[in-house]
Design a protein around this ligand. Structure first.
Ligand code: GMT
Length: 396
């Protein structure tokens, strides 16, 4: 099995979240390396583009009048059994514990000795919020500890997992999230005029007074954990001293509230909400600073993608963010909620001559040096082969 092609299933949520992005990139990366890849889910992951060697298998969740809630966990487990049997899977790689690791545990129990090796990648709130909720802790713990291998994107999440699940000796491999540094690149030349065109393209009033001004950017799924009101609070403070623009990319429950605040303050000509976007590169490239004032973040894929495009990051000093952003180099980290401190950090980047560009170069260098896709895909492939060797060892 040392370099034979593998048959790998990948399970993830198909939303805009970073876990779906990373799962899609792992699957497509493995298919490019000659492995047979099978994505299993209710929808294909957003970043997945059909390609040779990669198939998608849809999970149909049955609607039945007796059920109050759809039986996704069971439907997914049954689909895993079906695909594992039909495709003789070697590896079942599930992303996000709830309920993907639980469905994998069920599928492995059904398949017995014919089960593929189960690799679980934990991502964040599957442990820090769902896993920590006593309603779900026992099932999460069992599903995680019965996986053949467990990976996480940061040391922070490894420690949190052992603590939350009360599994102090659990073997967890840290494989950082990654970015394709050939696709996410800085532009040949940064031009703020392109942002002006973008404001026009997405409609709404445009303030010509900021046509050449800097642009702050935020990308997320606008959930409470992202603190999007803090994004706006930081922007308001910077804009009051140094007129600038803000791009808000993504969608989610907290978007309406923050849009309302923008309208109430008459800031629409300087702030654009773009909604969910598939191609982030041309949107990020001409921006000046990426804002991520989250309450917690096991990693922060969107910030890494901005760094690869040469955009420095101002973020909360929480979770796994200090493992990605080197404070004072590729960006600045401030206590969560310190919107004054974050605004000062943004202003220092923008107002000190050459400082933004230097930080942008450091951000790009950090992405290339530590978070390139190639070596981290190697780490996943090595993990798959280790699991298969362990299983072969157990079987003989
Ligand atoms: O756990 C979540 O809240 C959702 C999840 C996702 O699907 O994107 O986000 C987590 O996983 C990402 C990919 O590993 C990380 O970049 C995010 O930091 C992490 N979110 C949190 O820890 C809040």
């Amino acid at each position: 099995m040392t370099d034979q092609p593998l048959r790998i299933a990948i399970v993830c949520y198909s939303t805009y979240g970073g876990s779906g992005v990373i799962a899609a990139e792992i699957g497509m990366g493995m298919a490019r390396r000659g492995h047979q890849v099978h994505f299993i889910g209710t929808d294909p992951p957003r970043r997945f583009t059909p390609m040779p060697g990669a198939a998608f298998h849809r999970v149909e969740v049955r609607d039945y009048p007796v059920f109050h809630y759809p039986l996704y966990t069971e439907a997914l487990a049954s689909k895993m059994v079906q695909v594992a049997t039909a495709e003789s899977l070697d590896i079942l790689h599930v992303h996000y514990a709830a309920p993907h690791a639980t469905s994998a545990f069920l599928a492995a129990a059904v398949l017995g000795p014919r089960s593929p090796g189960v690799v679980t990648t934990l991502h964040g709130t599957d442990i820090t919020i769902i896993g920590a909720d006593p309603t779900y802790t026992p099932v999460t713990r069992l599903s995680v500890e019965r996986s053949d291998a467990v990976t996480v994107p940061s040391r922070f999440l490894a420690d949190a997992t052992r603590a939350v699940l009360d599994l102090p000796a659990l073997d967890i491999e840290v494989i950082p999230n990654f970015v394709d540094c050939d696709r996410f690149v800085p532009p040949a030349e940064r031009r703020s005029g392109r942002i002006r065109n973008l404001f026009q393209r997405f409609g709404g009033p445009v303030d010509e007074a900021v046509a050449g001004a800097p642009t702050l950017v935020h990308v997320s799924n606008f959930r409470p954990v992202k603190r999007v009101q803090d994004v706006l609070a930081v922007y308001e403070r910077v804009n009051a001293a140094l007129p600038c623009r803000l791009l808000m990319i993504g969608d989610g429950p907290d978007r309406a509230g923050v849009e309302e605040r923008v309208r109430a303050q008459g800031l629409e000509p300087r702030v654009r909400f773009l909604g969910g976007q598939d191609d982030l590169v041309p949107l990020l490239q001409d921006c000046d600073v990426f804002l991520l004032p989250s309450e917690t973040e096991s990693f922060g894929v969107a910030a890494l993608e901005a760094m690869a495009c040469g955009v420095p990051v101002v973020a909360s000093d929480v979770g796994g963010l200090p493992e990605m952003v080197d404070d004072g180099g590729s960006g600045h980290l401030l206590p969560c909620g310190d919107v004054d401190g974050m605004a000062c950090a943004v202003r220092s980047l923008l107002e000190t001559p050459g400082r933004r560009d230097q930080a942008g170069r450091q951000a790009r260098a950090r992405a290339v040096g530590h978070f390139q896709d190639g070596p981290l895909l190697d780490a996943y492939e090595a993990c798959y082969r280790r699991v298969l060797m362990m299983r072969d060892g157990r079987a003989t």
